[in-house]
Design a protein around this ligand. Structure first.
Ligand SMILES: Cc1cc2nc3c(=O)[nH]c(=O)nc-3n(C[C@H](O)[C@H](O)[C@H](O)COP(=O)(O)O)c2cc1C
Length: 204
């Protein structure tokens, strides 16, 4: 299968029109070895930086490892769950996103700290898509290992790891993962997730 055929297969089959950036985003496990340019990488985090956040706290922080530059990439790999270690180390860029759990202006708990880091990752992912890159987020990592390896302060919570890079060849993946890579993407219908009037009454 060519990369164009793979992109077509993975493109969201939407019931209503959406922006190409949204339809074309997906989470691959096969990445190529090509390392994104420094300025391209910076654009992703610039996009993240301009996300909205509760009280403009901007609770997000990132640890980023670029393959071949120092040992951060390797040390992030050491924090990944086994299931993700089968494919993610190949990605040229790995990251861990953390969020500040308390507002910096009054030290009260920030109930939206996880929400806001997710929102900012949404920006990052769409910016990546616009530049021909893919991002695959991973809950499968050890937050406490990340905390000790990278000296993450107590008021921050490591939230999610991520692999960033250009699309690779699905044939590089072990069998079951290759099958997932070549499967069309699925979503719940709008009728199951958007209600009006009362809970469970579909708007669309
Ligand atoms: C917070 C979060 C955690 C995830 N954790 C993992 C993970 O540990 N391993 C993995 O292979 N995929 C992980 N994923 C990817 C999801 O499985 C994927 O986004 C979902 O199946 C939808 O596929 P799509 O992104 O290609 O549309 C995670 C995604 C998110 C947003």
């Amino acid at each position: 299968m060519t990369q164009d055929e793979l992109r077509e297969l993975k493109r969201a089959r939407t019931d209503y029109p959406v922006h190409d950036l949204i339809a074309n985003r997906w989470s691959p496990r096969a990445f190529s070895d090509r390392v994104p340019d420094r300025t391209v990488l910076a654009s992703l985090f610039e996009a993240a930086r301009w996300a909205p956040s509760s009280y403009n706290e901007q609770p997000w922080r990132f640890i980023v490892g670029v393959k071949g530059e120092g040992d951060t990439h390797e040390r992030i790999v050491e924090c990944l769950a086994d299931v993700n270690r089968t494919w993610a180390p190949r990605a040229p860029v790995l990251m861990i996103a953390a969020t500040r759990m308390y507002f910096s202006f009054n030290d009260r708990p920030n109930r939206h700290a996880f929400h806001d880091v997710g929102l900012c990752l949404g920006n990052l992912i769409l910016q990546a898509t616009s530049l021909g890159l893919h991002v695959h987020l991973m809950a499968g990592f050890d937050p406490e290992r990340a905390r000790t390896r990278f000296l993450i302060p107590a008021q921050f919570e490591p939230v999610v790891a991520g692999a960033i890079g250009y699309l690779g060849d699905p044939d590089q993946l072990p069998g079951p993962l290759r099958q997932k890579e070549l499967a069309p993407r699925e979503r719940r219908p709008l009728s199951e997730i958007v209600y009006s009037g009362e809970w469970g009454m579909a708007l669309f």
